[in-house]
Design a protein around this ligand. Structure first.
Ligand code: AMP
Length: 218
């Protein structure tokens, strides 16, 4: 299955994508993670991506499309993939259409108050990017990743003012994409309406939506 997962920053999208990855046996592809990795390198491309990310801007489409193409042509994507963070623009959606046939788009719908509560306590592993929360998804040992033992950190842009700005940018970007996919692909909205909703519950809602669309047998 080739699935696109849309969801605002703080929707828990990364966590649900990880659950889907395990249950569907297809890789999740997060362009933000890929860019954070490239941004660590001391190359010209790394420098360019670092600049975009630090200023909160999107990485230019030509770079993003090239990186995405490279990733989904890898053998582990043969049976499908879960896109998280891509596409963010119509040219990105159109480029994707040329190289792959998307089966379904899931859009996570989350109220702003839930997002603010989630993001201001979000912790991310420096090594493997696993996400935790100070209150709602605590690591076993404070400051340490349960999975790989890496150090946990707060993202620079996880502050209320920056969060509100990111949400506005997100909604502006999302609108035309929702229209684009509703006209072309199987599409479902999935509600994510509480701060402490267990990730498995949202994942189950996603599975239910996939079943209703006839994309999952069981
Ligand atoms: P994220 O972790 O999804 O918030 O992404 C972090 C940053 O990576 C964004 O602010 C952008 O600079 C860049 N980025 C991630 N995905 C894309 C994309 N599809 N198109 C352009 N830039 C992206």
């Amino acid at each position: 299955m080739r699935l696109i997962l849309f969801g605002p920053p703080g929707s828990g999208k990364g966590t649900y994508a990880s659950i889907l990855e395990k249950r569907l046996g297809i890789p999740k592809i997060n362009t933000g993670d890929i860019f954070r990795e490239i941004a660590k390198s001391k190359t010209e491309l790394g420098e360019k991506i670092r600049e975009c990310m630090n200023s909160g801007e999107l990485v230019p489409d030509d770079i993003t499309i090239k990186v995405l193409k490279g990733r989904i042509s890898k053998p582990d994507c043969e049976n499908g993939f879960i896109l998280d963070g891509y596409p963010r623009t119509i040219p990105q959606a159109e480029a994707l259409e040329k190289i792959s046939d998307i089966d379904v788009v899931i859009n996570l719908v989350v109220p702003q108050r839930v997002i603010l509560a989630r993001l201001s306590g979000r912790l991310i592993c420096k090594k493997c990017n696993t996400i935790f929360h100070e209150k709602y998804l605590k690591p076993k040992k404070p400051g340490v990743c349960d999975k790989c033992g890496g150090e946990l950190y707060h993202r620079e842009d996880d502050r209320p003012k920056a969060i509100k700005q990111r949400l506005k940018v997100y909604q502006d970007q999302l609108k035309p994409l929702i229209k684009y996919y509703k006209e072309r692909k199987s599409f479902a909205n999935v509600k994510c309406n509480k701060v402490d909703i267990p990730p498995e519950v949202v994942a189950d809602r996603i599975f239910l939506a996939l079943k209703k669309l006839g994309l999952l047998k069981r």
